[in-house]
Ligand binder design. Structure first.
Ligand SMILES: NC(=O)c1ccc[n+]([C@@H]2O[C@H](COP(=O)([O-])OP(=O)(O)OC[C@H]3O[C@@H](n4cnc5c(N)ncnc54)[C@H](OP(=O)(O)O)[C@@H]3O)[C@@H](O)[C@H]2O)c1
Length: 258
């Protein structure tokens, strides 16, 4: 893996993001998105993200998971990608333990409908209890035996409230693995601190998904803080900048029309 930013150099794949020193958050956890996109902006191939990521992306994906207390994910992604509990090989447990983290991150699934199958493989491990994040209005009785339920919001899921509750339960860093609807909702609510994005060297053409599906009230500006390349994959780490401009304003330095 070739690193260009912040300090140029070469690093082995298993050292990518190995020394990530993410802030611990406060009233809410530090929230970072981990996503992969094709060069033409598709978040899926044949309906799944797994057709995009190569070795570099897999290394980053593993490292991002090793750093978090909670993996937040939308129910659409859980259903489409048949999520399962995180694996916990010895080297991962050792690295997590060195950071003071539990052996496995907790997967927290956000759902408005409660449409999750208690028989799916996410809920099949009796030693692992995911969290289902939903509102007071949603019936999730069918999941009570296989998951902990976190309710935030009355009619709709209150994502800020859910993150505050996760912080109260000890979560300091939350990795959001999408999908695009959840990403947009989090960004709309100003709840995202960083974006880790892999650009896969692929063109997909027409696609049902980009990394964000949903309207933002104004463009969200990003600052590039790390940049790596592995074969033809690009790994980018962006910091989300505070909202400073309205929907029709241009970014600073872009006053002249293109
Ligand atoms: N390229 C990548 O890195 C990447 C990463 C993840 C996913 N994906 C792809 O994205 C596609 C899925 O897209 P998607 O937009 O459907 O994914 P999603 O955001 O995971 O799922 C949408 C569903 O999640 C729940 N949800 C999301 N935000 C919510 C909110 N604010 N409040 C309440 N519930 C909320 C709802 O579940 P209910 O329907 O249960 O109410 C909603 O229908 C899949 O094809 C997947 O492979 C790609």
């Amino acid at each position: 893996m070739r690193r260009f930013l912040p300090v140029p150099g070469d690093e082995p794949l298993d050292e990518v993001y190995a020394d990530l020193d993410l802030p611990a958050g406060g009233a809410r956890p530090h929230v970072y998105l981990g996503m992969v996109s094709s060069v033409d902006g598709s978040a899926v191939v044949d309906g799944r993200s797994t057709g995009l990521g190569g070795a570099g992306d897999r290394a980053a994906f593993g490292a991002l998971r090793r750093t978090c207390d909670v993996i937040l994910v939308g129910a659409g992604t859980v259903r489409q990608e048949d999520y399962r509990p995180p694996r916990a090989p010895e080297h991962v447990v050792a690295r997590r333990s060195a950071r003071g983290l539990a052996p496995r991150a907790t997967i927290a699934v956000v759902t408005a409908s409660g449409r999750l199958d208690p028989g799916s493989r996410l809920f099949a491990d009796p030693t692992y209890r995911p969290v289902v994040v939903t509102s007071a209005a949603t019936d999730v009785d069918h999941l009570a035996g296989v998951a902990d339920v976190l309710r935030a919001g009355d009619a709709e899921v209150d994502l800020a409230g859910a993150l505050a509750e996760l912080a109260a339960r000890g979560a300091r860093r939350v990795l959001c693995e999408g999908g695009p609807s959840l990403n947009a909702a989090l960004l709309r609510a100003g709840l995202v601190d960083e974006l880790f994005l892999t650009i896969a060297p692929t063109l997909v053409g027409a696609s049902a998904h980009r990394i964000l599906d949903g309207v933002l009230p104004a463009p969200v500006d990003l600052e590039l803080v790390e940049l790596r390349a592995h074969d033809s994959e690009l790994l980018l780490r962006y910091r989300v900048l505070p909202a400073v401009r309205g929907p029709d304003e241009r970014p600073s330095g872009a006053e002249a029309p293109r």
